[in-house]
Structures are given as structure tokens and as C-alpha cells.
Ligand binder design. Structure first.
Ligand SMILES: [Zn+2]
Length: 128
């Protein structure tokens, strides 16, 4: 049996173009570049694992959101996954595809331990 390694890509709202060694101080649009990698990963998940009867919505089950560490569930169109995981302020989001399972961890000032999200295919109606 062939094992496919888990793949992760991260998005950070803080610019990481700046390099202390070279003093290179020009942002190459790292947020958009990072986002592209994550969107390609999500697309790969859909292309390889979506059930035939799937109509395009996903369920996002969240744990540990905000300083109160609340849980929640959202149903959104697959193109709204990243907007649904966004918060006001700086954060870092790491999206992982592992054996057909798509998940994400978000770290921010209020979420030092990280908020975790499991993303699954659903035919439930969007509730956003
Ligand atoms: Zn940058």
C-alpha cells in the first residue's frame, strides 16, 4: 500500500519576506502567494476525495476558537473556506491534507494554543 505523506501549507497575516541577513525590505505579496498554495491544496482535496453526489458545500467543525475556546460548526461553499477561517487581526493558519482528511489550525493572540478546524464534504445547506 502506498502511503501519501501529509501536506501542510500556512498563511500568515504577518509579512515574512523580510530577511534579517540581507536586509531585503520589500514585500513580494507573501499573503497572496501563501493563499495560492493553500487553495491548490484544497483543490487537490476536492479533486481526489469529493464524493460523486457532492454539491459543493463543506462543514467546518471548530474547536478552541477565541479566548473563550468555543466550538462551532459552519456550513459554507467550498470557495468560502478561507474567508470562514479568517479573523480580524493577525493570525497564522496552517491547512493540512492527510490521507483525504482536510484540517486547519489557526493561531492568534487570543488563540495561543491554536483553534482547530476539521473540514468535511457535506450536502447540508449553507448556514452563513
Ligand atoms: Zn511579505
Amino acid at each position: 500500500m502506498k502511503t501519501i505523506a501529509a501536506e501542510s501549507y500556512g498563511i500568515s497575516t504577518e509579512c515574512h519576506c523580510y530577511d534579517d541577513d540581507s536586509g531585503y525590505e520589500w514585500c513580494g505579496g507573501c499573503y497572496e502567494d501563501d493563499k495560492r498554495e493553500v487553495l491548490i491544496l484544497i483543490e487537490r482535496w476536492v479533486n481526489n476525495y469529493a464524493p460523486e453526489s457532492w454539491e459543493g458545500n463543506v462543514a467546518i467543525d471548530a474547536k478552541g476558537m477565541g479566548w473563550q475556546r468555543v466550538s462551532g460548526r459552519a456550513i459554507v461553499d467550498m470557495t468560502d473556506i478561507l474567508p470562514a477561517l479568517r479573523i480580524n487581526g493577525d493570525y497564522r493558519l496552517v491547512v493540512t491534507l492527510d490521507g483525504g482528511e482536510l484540517s486547519a489550525v489557526r493561531s492568534s493572540h487570543d488563540e495561543p494554543c491554536g483553534a482547530s478546524f476539521r473540514i468535511t464534504f457535506t450536502n447540508e445547506e449553507s448556514n452563513q
